[in-house]
Design a protein around this ligand. Structure first.
Ligand SMILES: Cc1cc2nc3c(=O)[nH]c(=O)nc-3n(C[C@H](O)[C@H](O)[C@H](O)COP(=O)(O)OP(=O)(O)OC[C@H]3O[C@@H](n4cnc5c(N)ncnc54)[C@H](O)[C@@H]3O)c2cc1C
Length: 362
């Protein structure tokens, strides 16, 4: 764990202004922290060790090349070493590109419109500077997400997370939008670094890592069937990402646990058929995972249906907020009139229609 998160900040940005809403609460830190930042390399090592302590065998550096079938049933995997490992059930947790789910015939290759391209830099900065800049107590953390002009007209968002002695600054936009715009994510990140909501927070930091990775964002519409005889899919491999809430890791961990429990039950009955394994889907529906994905499944389409959504609404929020705080010798009534004029220009009914789907993300 890098830092437990005491503050979550949402920023609506235009090119030169921004409005932010921050929620800071010590309740987030009570018991097991509500959220915390991690760096994947040390976290994954720690997490793998936990699995080994619980009895798992880890084959690091071995790539799975395909599945082994017995008739319609999947009974194992082929490795890069040319070995075949047999299994009662193969659980595909091989991430967004999931070659295993494809080889099992459960899904085709993803389209650029079904994935976001996330790019991230780790920026080294002393812990005390991070705590000063984000007004944090020692060891505590904050995260910030940015919506609006920071996605440069594409569908997506930007984020800034605090680690122990580094910041993670990133962007995530639809791959098809990057293609259309002909923009590299590294160029996008450079533009983000100059934004007034970000510039002073990262000043003097040193880039020590750059990485980019696909994020499955097709949601329920792109979710493959989750089981077949001798086979289950979980995590990014099954499109289990709730982009509206920036959640993916927790969904992957929950699905992995529920798949493991399903396999244990199947083993007790010695039945590895699709029918026996389908209790996995029931378990996913009975917890937060499927209900949450159902709630947000049409959100992206609703936002895309309003081409200037991520440009117009952050600008409106900034203009209205600026009016609220303007002191210019005019009666406040004049500011109020100007505010109403801005709202009427777009149309109140139209705005209600455009904003209504957003309630699911709030
Ligand atoms: C820039 C970025 C920011 C993100 N921010 C957040 C966030 O703030 N909060 C959050 O909850 N989620 C976030 N996510 C999403 C989160 O990282 C994923 O949802 C999560 O890691 C999914 O876990 P997984 O185990 O399914 O897949 P992965 O973490 O991708 O793990 C898959 C593993 O399988 C291995 N693998 C793949 N193919 C093979 C093969 N053939 N043989 C052997 N091994 C194989 C890979 O090497 C990898 O180790 C973010 C993602 C990105 C890219």
């Amino acid at each position: 764990m890098e830092r437990p998160i005491v503050e979550q900040r949402a920023v609506l940005a235009t090119e030169d202004s921004f409005v932010s809403v921050a929620c800071r609460s010590r309740k987030f830190l009570e018991g097991v922290p509500n959220a915390f930042t991690i760096l994947r390399t040390p976290f994954d090592r720690w997490y793998a060790k936990k699995a080994e302590e619980a009895g798992a065998e880890l084959y690091a550096g071995v790539t799975v090349r395909g599945v082994v079938k017995d008739g319609e049933r999947i009974v194992g995997v082929k490795t890069s070493e040319g070995d075949e490992l047999s299994a009662s059930v193969v659980l595909a947790c091989d991430g967004v590109n999931s070659m295993l789910a494809q080889k099992a015939g459960l899904r085709p290759e993803l389209k650029p419109s079904e994935v976001a391209l996330g790019a991230k830099e780790v920026l080294e900065l002393p812990a005390e500077k991070i705590e000063d800049r984000f007004a944090l107590e020692k060891g505590e953390g904050a995260v910030m997400e940015l919506l609006g002009s920071t996605s440069l007209g594409m569908l997506g968002y930007a984020f800034l997370y605090t680690n122990k002695d580094s910041l993670a600054l990133g962007v995530g936009c639809k791959l098809s939008d990057y293609q259309k715009k002909g923009l590299r994510p590294s160029e996008h990140l450079e533009a983000l670094k100059k934004h007034p909501a970000v510039r002073k927070l990262i000043e003097g930091s040193k880039t020590v890592e750059y990485s980019s990775h696909l994020i499955p964002e097709g949601g329920l519409h792109s979710m493959p069937p989750l089981a077949r005889d001798g086979f289950l899919v979980a995590g990014d491999a099954a499109q289990m990402v709730n982009a509206a809430f920036r959640e993916g890791s927790n969904l992957a961990m929950t699905a992995g646990r529920l798949a493991g429990e399903t396999v244990a039950e199947a083993k007790a009955k010695n039945d590895f058929s699709r029918a026996a394994l389908s209790t996995y889907e029931e378990k996913l529906r009975a917890c937060y995972l499927m209900p949450d994905l159902e709630e947000v499944q049409d959100l992206e389409a609703a936002i895309e249906a309003v081409p200037d959504f991520l440009e117009f609404y952050p600008r409106l929020a900034c203009d209205l907020a600026r009016l609220r705080f303007t002191v210019d010798g005019q009666p406040k009534r004049e500011h109020m009139k100007a505010a109403w004029a801005m709202l009427r220009e777009r149309g109140l009914l139209r705005m209600a229609r455009e904003l209504w789907p957003l309630r699911k993300a709030l």
